[in-house]
Design a protein. Structure first.
Length: 454
């Protein structure tokens, strides 16, 4: 064993690995983003395409990342230096670390809003308000120059505080407590939502496809979201994979995390849409869906006070178990590539990302006029990272695993404690060599206008 691997922290238990990886996957993506983009692109039709991408692309890319991480025992950049020395593959790592900066900058802002909504819920801040006032409450909050910035900084501080403690005692310990709490709250909310009168329309919206609403943009968003929700394409799971012990069954881990993430996104849909329809509100609200529509629902609903507190606590918990995984990518990179200790890497990474985050937050208000491609800073970070950097990262991760790392080493790496033999291995290699890269390339080329179907 080399000196480096002795010094490296690792996850302690199998449940700890799943809690941490599922904690990373389940986040604002599932509860804030998935319902509103599904709402925009036709509900069930979007869900259908998204599930196809999860199975054919998400699963194999996730396994690839864990394999790359565990076999190299390095951060997202260092992993490629170890496995493919002297080749340009390492640039995938640079892409990933950059994506981590962009994602966490806007992620922290939304998480900050979520914290504010916990506070508002506790203060019973929605009950006396008209729908217009509830909507203004949200826009006033996000456009104001001070409050959301403070909230975002507070959230980033909490994220840094967990990451600074380390992998086993910080990340693993907290996700092991927080994830079960999250699942329980979500189940409670879903039961409540489907038991409302008029809930059926919401379930139909979510499960009965209307393909006419599914545009090319919708398909790109389904792909981008499949990456985003599973935390793929930027080395989060390379980094977490590097902390997984040799005897862990990677296949089981991948399947558990994917199933948990998908079920939780669908459960979030079940908690939200039936309630939305039951109160006769439009589902295609965009990013305000859970901050505007839901408070309206809660204040009309019996027991809404408690349910609204629970919902926003859930959202905040989901956000923090994900944000620590994004921060860890940068921290591990600083630690291993620049020989920094965990403490100073965490402080540095948190400060740098928070600065970018402040700009994202301000771009909702005072900086709203600074636009590129018609998008403000916040939307730009979201769009570039989710729709471009993650799919491109995923494309190269799949190519790396299929063509460079190869079948034999893949088999060796997954054989510890699990097996991917015969047909399964052949399918996996086929998916990462051909299906994932080609599908991702088609969607991206179509999006940037270099490939059209007509
Ligand atoms: N998957 C998380 C969510 O759904 C967000 C997240 C964590 C993420 N790590 C990531 C997204 C890495 C992309 C890449 O909210």
């Amino acid at each position: 064993m080399s000196k480096n691997s002795q010094l490296r922290d690792s996850f302690g238990s199998k449940f700890g690995v799943i809690a941490a990886a599922a904690g990373s996957a389940v986040g604002l993506g599932n509860i804030w983003k998935f319902p509103y983009i599904a709402g925009e692109y036709g509900g069930a039709a979007f869900l259908f395409v998204y599930l196809a991408f999860i199975m054919a692309i998400g699963l194999p890319v996730m396994l690839s990342e864990l394999i790359i991480g565990r076999s190299s025992r390095r951060n997202a950049f260092g992993a490629f230096k170890v496995l493919a020395p002297g080749t340009p593959w390492r640039y995938i790592g640079i892409l990933g670390v950059s994506a981590a900066f962009l994602i966490l900058s806007f992620y922290g802002v939304v998480a900050g809003w979520s914290v504010q909504y916990v506070i508002l819920s506790v203060q019973d801040g929605f009950s006396q308000k008209s729908p217009d006032e509830i909507s203004t409450l949200f826009t006033t909050l996000i456009e104001s120059p001070i409050k959301p910035v403070m909230l975002q900084l507070g959230f980033m501080f909490a994220t840094g505080a967990i990451v600074i403690i380390g992998v086993k005692k910080g990340i693993e310990k907290y996700t092991k407590i927080l994830m079960p709490v999250l699942v329980l709250i979500l189940i409670g909310l879903s039961i409540k939502s489907v038991s409302l009168e008029g809930a059926k329309a919401g379930l139909e919206f979510l499960f009965k496809p209307d393909f006419s609403k599914l545009t090319g943009d919708g398909i790109l968003s389904a792909l981008g979201h499949a990456f985003f929700t599973l935390s793929l394409g930027m080395g989060t799971l390379i980094t977490y994979g590097s902390y997984i012990k040799r005897d862990n069954n990677l296949i089981n881990t991948v399947i558990s995390v994917t199933v948990a993430d998908t079920l939780i996104a669908i459960l979030a849909g079940i908690a939200i849409f039936p309630a939305v329809f039951a109160f006769g509100i439009e589902p295609s609200e965009g990013p305000g869906l859970i901050f505007i529509t839901l408070p309206n629902v809660f204040h009309q609903m019996p027991g809404g006070y408690i349910f609204s507190i629970l919902f926003f606590v859930l959202l905040t918990v989901a956000a923090i178990t994900s944000s620590i995984s994004i921060l860890e990518v940068v921290v591990a990179y600083f630690m291993e590539e620049f020989k920094m200790v965990r403490k100073s890497s965490t402080v540095l990474a948190t400060i740098l990302i928070s600065i970018l985050g402040v700009l994202c937050s301000l771009s909702m208000g005072v900086l709203a006029d600074y636009k590129l491609f018609g998008l403000n800073i916040f939307d730009l970070m979201d769009w570039i990272s989710a729709n471009m950097l993650l799919p491109i990262g995923g494309l190269f991760i799949a190519l790396f695993t299929g063509w460079y790392f190869g079948r034999k080493k893949v088999q060796e790496e997954v054989a510890n404690g699990g097996n991917l033999s015969g047909a399964m291995l052949t399918i996996f290699i086929f998916l990462v060599k051909f299906v994932a890269p080609i599908a991702i390339a088609i969607v991206i080329l179509n999006k940037v206008g270099l490939l059209t179907f007509s």
